[in-house]
Design a protein around this ligand. Sequence first.
Ligand SMILES: NC(=O)c1ccc[n+]([C@@H]2O[C@H](COP(=O)([O-])OP(=O)(O)OC[C@H]3O[C@@H](n4cnc5c(N)ncnc54)[C@H](O)[C@@H]3O)[C@@H](O)[C@H]2O)c1
Length: 344
Amino acid sequence: MTFRAVLVGCGAMSKGWLSAVVGSELLKGRVEVVGLVDLDHKAAEARALEFSLTDAVIGADLDDVLSKTIPDLLFDVVVPSAREAIAETGFAHGCHVLSEKPMATTLAAGQALIAKAEAAGRIHAVVQNRRFISGVRRIRRFLEGGAIGELTGLHCDFFIGAHFGGFREEMQNVLLLDMAIHTLDAARFMAGKTPLAVYCHETNPRGSWYAHGAAANAIFEFSDDVVFTYRGSWVAEGANTSWESAWRFIGTKGTLLWDGAEAFDAKTVTGDGGFLREVSPVAVPDPEDARQTHGHASVIAEFLDAIEAGRLPETASNDNIKSLAMVFGAIESARSRQRVEIAV
Ligand SMILES: NC(=O)c1ccc[n+]([C@@H]2O[C@H](COP(=O)([O-])OP(=O)(O)OC[C@H]3O[C@@H](n4cnc5c(N)ncnc54)[C@H](O)[C@@H]3O)[C@@H](O)[C@H]2O)c1
């Protein structure tokens, strides 16, 4: 079927959404954009022109545009601080809502949105596009298959000197809330484990161009005694890692290294003597389903597939809240300087 959608929030990220909806093979013929909304009317008009959406209703008031268009879907691409009110308006109009990350600005607000979606009988999901990439899918499959034995630890480094300007430079806990949500979600997905607790040290390093929390170091306890360590900074100039981070996965039989791009290096023990055991390389197979490796387009396709099949999508809010809980657990730990249990 072709879904009718209104997109709200016509800023920078909306270009990625509309490019996926209009240009991706995965979404061809599946979505008609019937409305574009932004507080800045001109921003919505500009996107309509850019993507030749000449029949779309343009407006600054979401409630009004939803009343005029009665869409199936609301695509929520507003700034995080506006998210909760926007998603609620979508449910009130009977829309399935796909929101940008983070799904809410507090855990309680996230839980309230899950309840609102359930009460409305609508699907509510979150864009975690960075788990819909080839490397993350390959690693999930590789680890799940036991290629390096049982997973005992995963460790990642995220270091980028990123100069965005805009809302991020004013935000509290900017790295954890705006970026680490992707990395922590990917860690949870690749490990296939449940987050149980966290200790985090958060800083805004000297020279930072952000208002707060541009760096963080965290130790997460996952189920089955798996440890996940995260080291990240958005004010680390001089040697950028990939946006996906640089990773080390350790299992009972070997190790997988991933540079966050195309380089995979997996080795398992093949010798049984000597101080350092002999190791041999192991291949990391391709992803099982190439449809799941196209970022935003894959998240949107999964959302549509789930609605059609009457099931929950992979990034449904009632699962995604576990990633949000990792973020807020880390923020709380940094504030209290205590280990914090994660319970959602
Ligand atoms: N998934 C990703 O990889 C990724 C990447 C970048 C940004 N994002 C997320 O996308 C969201 C938007 O980020 P952005 O970079 O496009 O921000 P932006 O500031 O460029 O755009 C946000 C737009 O929302 C509009 N807006 C704000 N409140 C509104 C309201 N109540 N009603 C209608 N419009 C409203 C603003 O006028 C602005 O045009 C954020 O949640 C951000 O975290 C995700």
